[in-house]
Ligand binder design. Structure first.
Ligand code: ZN
Length: 437
């Protein structure tokens, strides 16, 4: 017979360690009023208690953030990790000149920068050769540090459109005309197959180009590219596989067609009108405004660092983004924070909060957009997005009061993801290869 004391000891050893976090101020991501001097208990990677009157259990590991504001880990609903940042190296042709493995390794560095900035979850909307799916799997396996990833794998659109990776190349550059693996799918049959191709190789979400774009050489930024019929087929094929659709869309007609077709989110949404806003509100369509991408391309264009056709588009679209964003905020459209990181430098995602406030949100609205709203758009609202019992312990801390100075969110001192501390006192915490066999 085994002694009861021994069994009790085994139970004690097996119960996961409790971590108690003392938060000077807690902003929980729901939009509710901040709570002073809160305690958050974490066990087994999840939040087990939160509130001002929660007692700290004996033996708990205490993390003292009593001089800081604690928030849910931030969520960026639009990034590109596994590729060159605009202006870095041969960024326009890197998917043809650099090995997919090299771009995936670069993505690992970008993923770490993103996590250090307090973004514990990202949605990656389009990556050559499924580099984001490789990253997602490597992070989930504990091989490398990085945010949780909801990945699209490839993105696709019409031949010669914004998602066509071979724009600007001569016709025989690949040795064959580009197909879905380079982001091209035309017509109802091909787009259905493109959805299935993406999901087959690991896509969590489907990314399409509904209109032209800024950073592609040969297309006009505002024009609609997919027909509404094609987009309906995409949404239907995606729904059958339990996937949502994110539509890159700048111009008004393409935005409306994508919304009517049933996409989950409009990315950029640069040229909205009252009808588009009303339609989005009615359908519950999300806007991911990517103000930081607009700011970045406008700055690069002004500095003469973009090819002339791209610079002209950038200068035309950025001011329109600001008025459209305000229209959407005032019209009650659901908005999730997204930056299009990869256009700007990774790890500077937090600047989006400030732009959202500059162009029409309250600081609390911007925080909600970058936490609980992002979680809902990603379909992860039960797991992340707020500091609540049962959720993953994804927590960040900043100095001072972000409701008084939103730029505080650009300087994250503490990062915990799923109960594991990745950054403390502004320093990256040394890590072992604990996730490796
Ligand atoms: Zn993008």
């Amino acid at each position: 017979m085994i002694a009861p004391a021994f069994l009790a000891l085994v139970a004690l050893q097996q119960a996961p360690q409790v971590t108690a976090i003392r938060a000077g101020t807690l902003i929980d991501g729901t939009g509710g009023a901040p709570v002073k001097n809160a305690i958050i208990l974490v066990q087994g990677g999840r939040i087990t208690a939160v509130g001002a009157s929660v007692p700290v259990p004996n033996g708990a590991t205490v993390i003292d953030l009593s001089g800081a504001t604690v928030l849910p880990g931030f969520i960026d609903a639009h990034v590109h990790l596994a590729g060159r940042t605009i202006g870095d190296g041969d960024w326009q042709h890197s998917i043809l000149t650099e090995m997919p493995s090299q771009l995936a390794l670069l993505g690992a560095a970008h993923a770490q920068q993103t996590l250090e900035a307090g973004f514990t979850t990202v949605r990656v909307l389009g990556t050559a050769h499924f580099g984001d799916i490789a990253l997602r799997n490597a992070i989930n396996a504990g091989w490398i540090p990085g945010p949780r990833i909801v990945g699209a794998g490839i993105s696709f659109g019409i031949r010669g459109g914004h998602c066509d990776e071979t724009n600007g190349l001569r016709p025989d550059a690949l040795g064959h005309e580009a197909g879905v693996e380079y982001g091209v799918a035309d017509g109802v049959e091909e787009v259905r197959n493109a959805v299935r191709y993406g999901v087959k190789y690991g896509a969590d979400v489907i990314k399409i180009c509904a209109t032209g774009g800024v950073l592609s050489l040969t297309d006009s930024v505002g024009v609609q590219q997919y027909t509404e019929e094609e987009m309906r087929a995409i949404v239907e094929a995606a729904a059958q596989l339990d996937r949502r659709v994110a539509a890159h869309a700048h111009g008004t007609a393409g935005i409306k067609a994508a919304v009517r077709a049933g996409v989950a989110s409009i990315e950029h949404g640069s040229i909205l009108d009252a009808e588009a806003v009303a339609l989005m509100k009615q359908r519950g369509t999300w806007l991911v405004p990517t103000l930081l991408a607009g700011f970045t391309v406008e700055s690069l264009a002004t500095a003469g660092r973009l090819p002339p056709p791209i610079a002209a588009k950038a200068l035309a679209i950025a001011p329109r983004q600001h008025t459209s964003f305000k229209l959407a905020v005032d019209g009650g459209v659901r908005i999730a924070l997204g930056t299009d990181a990869g256009v700007m430098r990774h790890g500077t995602n937090g600047r989006e909060f400030g732009l959202m406030v500059k162009y029409g949100m309250t600081p609390m609205q911007a925080i909600v957009a970058g936490t609980s709203s992002g979680a809902t758009l990603l379909g992860l609202e039960r797991e992340i997005g707020t500091i609540a019992v049962g959720k993953q312990a994804d927590l960040v801390a900043v100095r001072g009061d972000p409701l008084q100075g939103i730029a505080q969110l650009e300087h994250v001192d503490f990062v915990m993801k799923g109960g594991t501390v990745f950054k403390r006192d502004g320093q990256v915490v040394g890590r072992s290869a604990a996730g490796l066999p």
